[in-house]
Design a binder for this molecule. Structure first.
Ligand SMILES: Nc1ncnc2c1ncn2[C@@H]1O[C@H](COP(=O)(O)OP(=O)(O)OP(=O)(O)O)[C@@H](O)[C@H]1O
Ligand SMILES: [Mg+2]
Length: 617
């Protein structure tokens, strides 16, 4: 046996750890990085009732973290106690722990921070003529003396982690630490819109927000200045959700601009972050995340914030309900009009604008002036109405299950299938076709706004919803082939065909096995027009194979593939009527703002944006 493991010669003595060491150990948990110091100190300022808080950071907090507040201050005879462990003015009785309404409650932050830095605090209460200054170094009080000061508290933390080299070494690059600090600063400023906040980094102002703003002003000011956010507000059972979320076009490829609060506390919660994204549904392409701030309120007795020393993790008693509430309320907020103006569309009054004299390009191997899947563009708007009314019943989506969350781990077990509301708003002005751009975009005027429609994405959406509905009901129109074609398939494709056969038939593919390795195709969906039946059939099988591998159910995979393959392409020239009819059909869709892949169908450029660009506002 090695000597290290052999029993010590002297009997070990059990002694309490010295307080300084305890604090340093606690600091390891409470003060993970400079951003944690910022968070703790600003939270103290908020708990002290400050109306203005200044945050100044130098060298990502390793040189200086300075927080100035005009809160209640600390009395001279209390100031040292504030730095002793488990001393707090915020929690006195045991039952308080279940009803925490202040940010602080452990009485750990100040002693922890002081033990791993050089800390100077100057504080004055309103009924004291002068303030008191204390300086701590490595947790040891160096000096305490009266100091002239306004009412409130200033804390300066220098040389963070000077006596914990391991922690200092593990700090990330300066920019990373600065990003963490900025996130904390933004979160606290959002959670407290009435409080004035300023934040400077290396003596340059990052933001400076006056007191008394409401959330509607503060969220855009911090996340996307000048942009309009969508208000979220509602409640379900005991859960209330409010806040502002960004329109889909401001989505980002990280979650960095998502701020979620539970009972005012900024939290990291995979479950709630998921609920927010799920609320956007198909409005967001996969892999993009919405920006926004959500304030979730639950019964304080149902949240445990005492899970982790940094208090950013929480445990929710009814996580599933809270997830549901966030998902539904966000989804509701993003209903149609809030995102892009709701436009009931009529056909362009006459077919006189540019390009109408040119015959439509032959796309997909046939001459046609029809947009497949939309019937013949009727000659007048009443016929158009007849064609598209009544508005389609929402398709039943077999995958439209509620998100299921594992109550134990908080893991999302299945994604909800999002959808958006039916089109409405019958009295708005109809968009007018202005022209085309780059062979792909259709340009419409709607009021003072310019709508840019991606003709392929728009048509995909129309065909997708139409196919989904038809597969549920009577089945899509099939075009019988004069000459049936035999298509040879590999074993895997054959199995897929057998599995999908009846749904394929509902989508318009009339096919039957022909021997062991082949399928005889006798009809293809009419929307394919004169295209090669074999190519269409193979393309659909290939798409469906890969879509189902990535988790789509069969029906949705067929509809999506069919929509994508049959939709007009970039470069296909639509007549004015076709273009108007397409947009009309699009606005009748359940989810008109995104194609089935989640890419936008419409982008709006509003007059105000243009005015700003031209220096007119
Ligand atoms: N900026 C401030 N203004 C007024 N009082 C303060 C300020 N900062 C700290 N205090 C006082 O010092 C006490 C100790 O602060 P500390 O942050 O260590 O603990 P806490 O906020 O009570 O709990 P927690 O450790 O959870 O943050 C507080 O309870 C509060 O009374
Ligand atoms: Mg505190």
């Amino acid at each position: 046996m090695s000597s290290e493991l052999s029993a010590p010669k002297t009997k070990p003595r059990i002694r309490p750890l010295p307080e300084r060491l305890i604090n340093k150990i606690a600091a390891g948990e409470v003060v993970e990085r400079p951003a944690s110091v910022v968070k703790e100190l600003v939270e103290n300022a908020l708990d002290a009732g400050a109306a203005r808080i200044e945050i100044a950071i130098e060298r990502s907090g390793t040189r200086l973290i300075k927080i100035v507040d005009n809160g209640c201050g600390i009395d001279e005879d209390q100031i040292e106690i504030a730095f002793s462990r488990h001393a707090t003015s915020k929690l006195s009785e045991l039952k308080d722990l279940d009803y925490i309404t202040s940010y602080g409650f452990r009485g750990e932050a100040l002693p922890s921070i002081a033990s791993v830095s050089r800390l100077r605090m100057v504080s004055r209460t309103a009924d004291s003529p002068a303030g008191t200054e204390v300086i701590f170094e490595g947790g040891v009080l160096q000096s305490k003396k009266p100091a002239a000061a306004p009412v409130g508290t200033t804390v300066e933390v220098e040389n963070l982690f000077f006596n914990t080299p391991a922690r200092r070494k593990f700090l990330k690059a300066e920019t990373t630490e600065a990003r963490h600090i900025s996130r904390v600063a933004v979160a606290l400023a959002i959670a407290n819109p009435l409080i004035g906040f300023s934040y400077s980094l290396n003596e340059r102002s990052v933001f400076s927000l006056p007191a008394g703003l409401d959330l509607a002003q503060r969220v855009p000011a911090l996340l996307a200045p000048g942009r309009k956010f969508v208000a979220v507000s509602g409640s379900m059972g005991a859960v209330a959700v409010s806040g502002y979320v960004a329109p889909p076009e401001l989505a980002q490829n990280s979650r960095n601009s998502q701020y979620i609060f539970v009972n005012g506390r900024f939290v990291q919660s995979a479950v709630l972050a998921h609920a927010l994204v799920a609320g956007y549904g198909e409005l967001l392409p996969k892999g993009l995340y919405p920006a926004g701030a959500l304030l979730v309120t639950v019964d304080p007795a149902e949240v445990d914030v005492n899970v982790h020393p940094a208090k950013t993790e929480i445990r929710l008693a009814r996580e599933r309900d809270v997830h549901d509430a966030v998902y539904r309320i966000v989804k509701e907020a993003l209903r149609g009009d809030a995102v892009i103006p709701s436009l009931p569309v009529r056909a362009a009054p006459t077919d006189v604008s540019h390009g109408s004299s040119a015959p439509p390009r032959d796309w997909g191997g046939r001459q046609s002036n029809l947009i497949p899947g939309m019937g013949a563009p009727p000659a007048d708007s009443s016929a158009l109405k007849a064609l598209y009314q009544p508005p389609p019943a929402p398709y039943e989506d077999s995958s439209a299950v509620e998100p299921r969350v594992d109550p134990g781990t908080g893991e999302i077990l299945s994604e909800p299938a999002p959808s958006s509301p039916p089109a409405d708003g019958a009295d708005a002005a109809a968009p007018e076709l202005l022209g085309r751009l780059g062979g792909l975009y259709l340009l419409f005027q709607s009021g003072d706004d310019l709508l840019v429609v991606d003709q392929h994405a728009a048509h995909e959406r129309v065909l997708f919803e139409q196919t989904m509905r038809q597969m549920d009901k009577e089945g899509a129109t099939s075009q019988q082939l004069l000459m049936p074609v035999n298509v040879e398939l590999g074993p895997e494709q054959m199995t897929l065909f057998e599995e999908a056969r009846s749904l394929l038939a509902q989508s318009g593919f009339l096919a039957a096995e022909f021997g062991e390795r082949a399928v005889r195709v006798e009809g293809i969906p009419a929307v394919f027009g004169g295209r090669s039946p074999e190519k269409a059939f193979r393309a659909i099988l290939d798409d469906v194979a890969s879509l189902t591998r990535s988790g789509y159910d069969l029906k949705k995979a067929i509809a999506q593939s069919l929509a994508c393959r049959a939709a007009v392409m970039a470069g296909d020239r639509l007549s004015d009527r076709e273009a108007s009819a397409l947009v009309e059909a699009l606005f009748k869709c359940e989810n008109r703002f995104a194609c089935p892949h989640g890419r936008p169908t419409i982008v709006r450029i509003n007059r105000r944006q243009l005015d700003r660009q031209f220096g007119r506002s």
